[in-house]
Design a protein around this ligand. Structure first.
Ligand code: NAP
Length: 484
């Protein structure tokens, strides 16, 4: 394992991950999307290593689950404190491999730490239930038990918080974990894993698999009978494949998948607040978020003013390497994303939309894209019916409440939706009518460790965060005492 950056303070040594015993492994490179520079060359672990890791996790899980919850909680809290103490170095690692601006990396890492803290607390509150039995000689109750070994697969866009959202609840309730981070962003996962070891998790409880491609690892995790649960965040396409692979053994699976969030602004909204919310919901992480505002619906009465004000703000966004102070929009993760963004913009323009700003690749090197606003967008344009996943804001005009609800729900996705309005009756009506797992009302940002994050329809199943997030890693067992 070679690290070509100086960002090694919180990263593992090869010995810590047991690589020294496998010197013949192939390697894969991790490069900065901003500069193309080589950051690290990591071992591409094979199926032999994965199977041995699963075996180890299965043994370790039994001992871990048997520990008092308070003991598990203490280790988790130490892990949280280590993440906070190292937030500066961790942010540098995250920005180097993923590209997002340093302040966003810092905010993501503190968010990751908040999940670890939340589940350190929740570990002590895994309550069962008792209920009245239908006959005199019986007593009935339910206990909750950890599901076993969890296989977790995470994406590149939030390489720290996605890890914490899965690993923290799983470990808190007594599961062990085998984690496979995305090929483009394994370094911050490696660092979090190292800090977890330092916090005192026993050997085999939290395991990391590094691999250049997810497909073989995913198949093994789904079909190996020692793995009892899969938790995946990524595209709907890969989620569907994993679900099929899990079907053979009826393996439990949680899925956090793609989205196409509508962002609706009604005539009675506070316009400045709506602009601020749109900037957050659309341009955070350069639009590379699953809850990103993908379709911005503006009511007739304020459409022109909204378009003008938004464009004014978007023109001022500075694009560049995430380490440069003042940069708001980092690089896209790869050249494929640039191609997709350009094709979405060109398709809209060809079909009659109007470009208000941006629309092209930014600069000559790196994978940067200009922050873009397009008006007069219609639902038949790619930008309004596909997940764009970049800094492109398509503006769609609407006139009535029922019309916009119909358009907003006209998608296979159901992850996040946002709307701005002040009339209380309308607010309740729209909040209930939107077919989404999460609805932001007069806010452009809603992710929190205290709340259940997850989607309806083809955006997935299961929830992460809050007390509900622990349920995904627990089995419910009914105990019936007779002859009393
Ligand atoms: P992706 O292609 O589905 O990849 C996600 C992860 O799956 C990566 O670790 C990848 O590993 C792995 N993977 C790819 N093919 C696999 C296979 N056949 N079997 C097992 N694992 C496989 O998604 P992405 O493009 O990286 O991420 C963006 C997508 O994630 C967007 O659709 C976004 O909306 C969604 N997302 C959803 C949420 C949510 O909470 N709902 C949060 C963040 C992102 P390799 O890269 O190493 O192959």
């Amino acid at each position: 394992m070679i690290f070509t950056t100086s960002l090694t303070n919180c990263l593992s040594t090869p010995d810590a991950l047991g690589f020294v015993n496998a010197p013949s492994l192939a390697t894969f490179d991790v490069r900065s999307p901003s500069t193309g520079l080589l950051l690290a060359s990591l071992p591409d672990m094979d199926l032999g290593i994965l199977r041995a890791t699963i075996d180890k996790a299965a043994v370790a899980q039994k001992e871990w689950a048997g520990r008092p919850a308070a003991e598990r909680s203490d280790i988790m809290r130490r892990w949280c404190n280590l993440i906070i103490a190292q937030v500066h170095d961790l942010s540098a690692v995250l920005t180097a491999e993923m590209g997002k601006p340093l302040p966003e990396s810092r905010s993501e890492l503190l968010h990751a730490a908040a999940y670890v803290e939340w589940y350190a607390e929740e570990a002590k509150r895994i309550y069962g239930e008792t209920f009245p039995a239908p006959s005199r000689d019986k007593r009935m109750l339910v206990i909750k038990q950890p599901i076993g070994v969890v296989g977790a697969i995470t994406p590149w866009n939030f390489p720290a918080s996605m890890v914490a959202r899965k690993v923290a609840p799983a470990l808190a309730v007594g599961c062990s974990v085998v984690l496979k981070p995305a090929e483009q962003t394994p370094l911050v996962a490696l660092a979090l894993h190292t800090l977890a070891q330092r916090a005192g998790f026993p050997d085999g409880v939290f395991n990391l698999i590094l691999a250049a491609k997810g497909n073989a690892v995913g198949k093994e995790l789904c079909t190996n009978t020692k793995v009892r649960k899969i938790s995946f965040t990524g595209s709907t396409e890969v989620g569907r494949l994993l679900m099929r692979q899990c079907a053979e053994h009826i393996k439990k699976i949680s899925l956090e998948l793609g989205g196409s969030a509508p962002f609706i602004v009604f005539d009675d909204a506070d316009l400045d607040a709506a602009i601020e919310g749109a900037m957050q919901a659309k341009f955070r992480n350069a639009g590379q978020t699953c809850v990103s505002a993908n379709r911005i619906y503006i009511q007739d009465g304020i459409y022109d003013r909204f378009a003008e004000k938004l464009t004014e703000k978007v023109r001022k966004l500075s694009v560049g390497d995430g380490v440069t102070p003042g940069v708001a929009i980092g690089p896209m993760i790869d050249a494929r994303s640039i191609k997709k963004l350009k094709s979405h913009v060109d398709d809209a323009i060809t079909k009659g939309a109007r470009l208000l700003c941006g629309g092209n690749r930014h600069g000559k090197s790196g994978t940067f894209f200009e922050p873009t606003v397009i008006s007069n967008v219609r639902r038949d344009m790619l930008v309004a019916c596909d997940e764009t996943f970049g800094p492109v804001a398509p503006l769609i005009r609407f006139s009535t409440v029922e019309d916009v609800i119909e358009q907003a729900n006209d998608t296979i996705y159901g992850l996040a939706a946002y709307f701005y309005a002040n009339d209380l009756k309308k607010v309740w009506h729209v909040a209930e009518a939107l077919e989404y797992g999460m609805v932001g009302i007069n806010t452009g940002r809603m992710s929190s460790e205290a709340a259940p994050f997850g989607g309806m329809k083809q955006s997935g199943m299961g929830r992460e965060g809050s007390r509900h997030g622990a349920d995904d890693y627990l089995e419910m067992k009914y105990l019936c005492f007779g002859n009393l």
